[in-house]
Design a protein around this ligand. Structure first.
Ligand SMILES: Nc1ncnc2c1ncn2[C@@H]1O[C@H](COP(=O)(O)OP(=O)(O)OP(=O)(O)O)[C@@H](O)[C@H]1O
Length: 252
């Protein structure tokens, strides 16, 4: 469904040009959870931001359903991103229900109909309906992240990109979030690009996995294969660092 081919991004740093992402190619299939793993600074967010159009690639192409995204104007409605810090996409002065309703209102859905849909979305992400009348400054970190998910689902996307969305949350809330994403995948048949630096969280969750280091993909394959028998030295080091064999994954 999504194909990234030879994608690179260079930034100027100290009068030099450095690659944040270099010649990355990958595909994400329909209804697939694809995890992108790597340590801090390996280029994961830059890659995601190119996919959602927040950064312009220095080289390479992105295809959606077989066509370049520049030729698919509806692509931008079919992809949504959730950030590590939900405040990045949520205005603290707005009520939760208006934040979630905004994408619908922008599509000219009548306000009353939009609020009905918001009530259903709040239920889907396990938030009480009353929370709709609060501002996000009155919500916890986990609640804000659920609000961000509900907003991203208001116009159901076909591809959801979650960039370190659970890394500021406690382990129990993290587990709940991953369960919620699995449910949403089943219900909406969406695909998910799930970005994390924590390999141990994706066991039993992701279908496929790419490991990124210094802007390049060093290993890609089925999640189970890579976790059980990593080929790249770097992946082995990442697994050792999180003591993967000793700790069951979040979803087990
Ligand atoms: N706007 C920018 N200007 C210059 N360099 C940048 C910019 N954005 C990112 N970089 C650099 O590109 C590299 C990759 O950064 P990126 O944020 O994509 O990594 P990451 O794997 O997502 O890291 P983290 O897990 O810490 O978010 C880093 O060396 C970073 O300093």
């Amino acid at each position: 469904m999504l194909e990234v081919s030879g994608l690179s991004k260079k930034f100027d740093r100290n009068k030099e040009q450095r690659y944040a992402v270099q010649d990355v190619s990958l595909t994400i299939a329909d209804n697939e959870i694809f995890a992108l793993v790597g340590e801090s600074g390996s280029g994961k967010s830059t890659l995601a931001e190119m996919i959602v159009g927040l950064q312009r690639p220095s080289a390479g192409r992105i295809y959606w359903q077989g066509q370049r995204i520049e030729r698919k104007p509806d692509y931008w409605q079919q992809v949504q991103m959730i950030f590590q810090n939900p405040d990045r996409s949520l205005n603290p002065y707005w009520k939760v229900r208006d934040l979630i309703a905004e994408p619908l209102i922008l599509q000219r859905v009548p306000r009353e109909d939009a609020y009905h849909r918001v009530a259903r979305l709040l239920e889907q992400v396990s938030l009480p309906r009353e929370l709709g009348l609060r501002s996000t400054s009155e919500c916890s970190g986990g609640q804000k992240q659920r609000v961000a998910i509900a907003r991203a689902l208001a116009l159901p996307p076909q591809l959801l990109i979650a960039d370190e969305m659970t890394s500021a949350l406690d382990p129990l809330t993290e587990r709940e979030m991953l369960r919620l994403l699995l449910e949403l995948k089943r219900e909406h048949r969406l695909s998910l690009l799930y970005i994390t630096h924590r390999l141990e969280t994706i066991d039993g969750f992701a279908d496929r996995l790419a490991v990124m280091k210094d802007g390049r993909i060093v290993e890609t394959g089925s999640c189970a294969d890579i976790l059980n028998a990593p080929q790249a030295l770097y992946t082995k080091r990442l697994l050792d660092a999180c003591d993967y064999s000793a700790e069951p994954g979040v979803m087990k």
